[in-house]
Design a protein around this ligand. Sequence first.
Ligand SMILES: C[S@@+](CC[C@H](N)C(=O)[O-])C[C@H]1O[C@@H](n2cnc3c(N)ncnc32)[C@H](O)[C@@H]1O
Length: 311
Amino acid sequence: MQAGTAPGKDFGKPRRIDADLSLEQPANLSVSPALFQKFQKLIYAETGIWLGSAKTALLCGRLFRRLRALQMDSLESYYECVSAPEADDERARMIDAITTNETRFFREPRQFDFLVQKVIPRWQREAESGVRPRRLRIWSAGCSSGEEPYTIAMLLARHLPAEAGWDVRILATDISNRVLNKAIKGVYPINRLSELPADLLHTFMLRGVAERQGEMKVKVEIQQMITFQRLNLDREADLVEGPFDAIFCRNVLIYFDTASKHRVITNLYGRLMPSGLLFVGHAENLSSMSLQLRCIDPSIYAKTEHKDNSF
Ligand SMILES: C[S@@+](CC[C@H](N)C(=O)[O-])C[C@H]1O[C@@H](n2cnc3c(N)ncnc32)[C@H](O)[C@@H]1O
């Protein structure tokens, strides 16, 4: 099997943003258009995520658990609470509730095939000819519960191992504390092992036994390649120190409006090395961005400041 190709699965199908809408909200949990607009503005200001008016039911569904936890019975009361200047913690919990965190190992496997077949051999050639050091810096921006950065780390550990002198570090960031806590643990249900090719599974995953039965855990050597950090891409991307050889910002921008998408991409672009690569989700097109980016494969862009970035 080709490295990077998960067996027997089509991981690339588009999915509705509100597909995991909770159905357990009570019928009387409603939001007026005026209140919806207040939440819309607050969420946009906090995250860059734009909830269109068709997302009213989604908002109610996702905030219902916060209301229940706080023993509140209306979204008006919740808005008063969460919009108070000192309510930073509750705003973080609201963001945890609002964000869509769907992810998988080897999601959009075609991109990982490209990484293995085209990008890694090029990095190897450049290192062998002395054009680049054996050093790689990668950013998984919007990493959710860790499957994306762990996929990247396993592939790089397999093809560019530390024993061959490679120094590979991955920064993995997300705005949601809830998913970051999962990512840091690196523990996943064993029934998801079919997302990983058998060779990577056997080399880099541990199977839980006894009270850990039913789980698998990423090995420490892979975890040590990654630094997880909370970061708001819309507000703080410019604080990240680069430059990066590759940035993965996949299935994040679809939730943003044109302005916030533009802000984020411009910041990511500024953090790429002259020959750096930007991987976005298959539904995210950057052709309208007036940046020096060239599409080299579907949803993969190369910064064109570099003279030779042909693939
Ligand atoms: C659908 S997941 C995508 C995960 C992974 N990149 C993938 O493609 O499988 C989108 C992630 O973006 C994060 N996100 C949304 N807005 C963000 C922001 N302003 N800053 C950082 N992360 C954000 C969400 O919390 C969520 O975990």
